[in-house]
Design a protein around this ligand. Structure first.
Ligand code: SF4
Length: 409
C-alpha cells in the first residue's frame, strides 16, 4: 500500500528515492503508476498524451519506504507543444534514481524506448522495463521462450497488467531490488561527532527566516545530531557569546548559517571547530571537493566575466535576498572586478554553461543528490568552476580551510 505523506512531517523529498515512470503515449504508463502506488496519482484516459507535465508525489511505498513517484509526459509526443513535453520528460532524468519504462507488450519497443534505455545506461540510472497489457497478449505469453515471454529482449523486463494487477507486486519487488545498492547510511554530521558531544547551531532569525519555524537544513542537522545521541544547542548570533559562556566546556563543534560567518568567526575561538550548514550539505550531496575548488576560483575572475547564481527552488524572494543582492555584492567586493550576474531558480538550470566564468549554486536542500551531482557534472563537462553559497562565503571570509578541518582531519 502507498501512503501519502505531508510536506512538513514526512521525510524531506531530497532524501527520498526518486522513481520516474517513462513511456510512449498509450503504453498505459499512468495506469501502471496508479497500480504501483495504489492510488489515482495520474489521470488515466484513452486519449493519447493525457499527462502533459511531470506529476510528482511523495509517498511511502512498500517495500521501498519513502519515495517520490514521478509520472512523465509521453516520450513520443509530437508538434511544438509535444516537443516541449518530451523535453520535460528528459529533464526528469537528472533527478531520477530509478527509472521504470512502460512499454505496451502488444506493440513492443519503439525507437524512442530504445533511445531512452541507452540514456539510462549512459547516465548510470538503474532501470526496469514494465511490459504492460499482458492481459491482451495471452497468446504470445504462451509461446514465449521460457513460458514467461521475458527472454526476447536484451533489457530487464517484468510482465504486468495495470488492468488486472498481474505482475505489479513483482514490478515493485524488482524496483526495490535495483534500488537497494542506492541506499546509503551517509550522515550530515553524525559521523563526525560522538555520543554526548555538544554541538552549537547558530541560526539567525532575520527578515528572510520563515515565520514560526526553522528551515529544512537546520531541522535535518538537529535530527542528525539527536540520532547520534549528541546534544544540540541552538542560538542566534547575538546570544552566541553568552551561550558559550554558559557551557561548562567548549562545544565539540559550531555550525553556523553561512550569512553569519563573519560575525561568528569573531566570537568563536580558533580552538573550537567551526563549519556551516552549506558546507555540511555540499558534503552530503557529494559536491564538496568541487565546491571548494570553485570557491577558490573567485581569485581568478576577470572584469566582464559572467557569474551564474542558481537556486534549487523558487522560494519567495525577500528584499536583500542572499542570492540576488548580497552574494553579487560580496563577490564583486572580494574580487575587485566588475562582473555580470545571471540568475536561475527551480528546475531552470541551463544546459549550456560555457559562457559562465563561475556557477554559484545554493545549498540545494530541496534537490536530491543525483540532481546536484548532475548540475555539478554539467559544469565540469563544460570546464566551468562550480561552487555553493556557503563554501564561497567561507572563502570570502577567510575561513574556508577552518570550515573544512572537521572533514579532512
Ligand atoms: S534556494 Fe536552495 S538552499 Fe534555499 S531552500 Fe531552495 S533549494 Fe534549499
Amino acid at each position: 500500500m502507498a501512503r501519502e505523506t505531508s510536506d512538513f512531517n514526512g521525510t524531506p523529498n531530497a532524501n527520498r528515492l526518486h522513481i520516474s515512470f517513462f513511456g510512449r503515449r498509450n503504453a498505459g504508463k499512468s495506469s501502471v503508476v496508479n497500480a504501483v502506488t495504489g492510488q489515482d496519482l495520474s489521470i488515466v484516459s484513452e486519449v493519447k498524451g493525457t499527462t502533459t507535465d511531470p506529476v510528482k508525489k511523495a509517498m511511502e511505498l512498500l517495500p521501498l519506504g519513502p519515495v517520490v513517484i514521478i509520472d512523465t509526459p509521453g516520450i513520443d509526443d509530437d508538434g511544438q507543444v509535444g516537443d516541449k513535453r518530451v523535453a520535460k520528460s528528459y529533464q526528469v532524468l537528472s533527478k531520477t534514481d530509478v527509472a521504470v519504462l512502460v512499454i505496451d507488450n502488444f506493440v513492443g519497443p519503439a525507437a524512442e524506448d530504445l533511445e531512452l534505455i541507452n540514456l539510462f545506461k549512459k547516465k548510470n540510472i538503474p532501470y526496469i522495463v514494465a511490459l504492460n497489457k499482458v492481459d491482451l497478449d495471452m497468446e504470445s505469453l504462451m509461446t514465449g521462450e521460457d513460458g514467461d515471454g521475458e527472454e526476447q529482449y536484451e533489457f530487464p523486463t517484468v510482465l504486468v497488467s495495470a488492468l488486472t494487477g498481474q505482475g505489479i507486486t513483482e514490478l515493485k519487488e524488482k524496483i526495490a531490488e535495483i534500488a537497494k545498492p542506492l541506499s546509503t547510511d551517509k550522515r550530515l554530521i553524525g559521523d563526525k561527532i560522538a555520543d554526548r558531544d555538544v554541538v552549537v547551531l547558530v541560526t539567525p532569525i532575520d527578515a528572510s527566516a520563515p515565520k514560526g519555524r526553522m528551515i529544512l537544513p537546520q531541522v535535518q542537522t538537529i535530527r542528525d545530531i539527536l540520532d547520534n545521541h549528541a546534544i544540540s544547542v541552538v542560538t542566534q548570533v547575538a546570544e552566541l557569546a553568552s551561550c558559550l559562556n554558559a557551557l561548562k566546556e567548549p562545544p565539540a563543534l559550531i555550525i553556523t548559517d553561512s550569512q553569519a560567518f563573519h560575525q561568528v568567526k569573531g566570537i568563536v575561538p580558533d580552538s573550537i571547530p567551526l563549519t556551516s550548514f552549506s558546507i555540511l550539505f555540499a558534503r552530503f550531496k557529494g559536491i564538496l571537493d568541487t565546491a571548494v575548488h570553485g570557491a577558490r576560483y573567485l581569485n581568478q575572475l576577470e572584469d566582464g566575466d559572467i557569474v551564474l547564481i542558481s537556486e534549487g527552488c523558487t522560494h519567495h524572494r525577500q528584499c536583500e535576498d542572499i542570492g540576488t543582492v548580497k552574494l553579487p555584492g560580496w563577490i564583486e567586493e572580494y574580487s575587485g572586478k566588475k562582473l555580470l550576474f545571471e540568475f536561475t531558480s527551480g528546475g531552470q538550470f541551463p544546459q549550456e554553461l560555457s559562457k559562465y566564468a563561475l556557477v554559484v549554486h545554493c545549498g540545494g536542500c530541496m534537490l536530491n543528490e543525483r540532481e546536484m551531482v548532475y548540475r555539478q557534472g554539467l559544469a565540469e563537462e563544460q570546464g566551468v568552476p562550480f561552487t555553493n553559497y556557503g563554501t564561497l562565503i567561507a572563502h570570502i571570509n577567510g575561513i574556508l580551510d577552518r570550515s573544512l578541518e572537521i572533514f579532512y582531519e
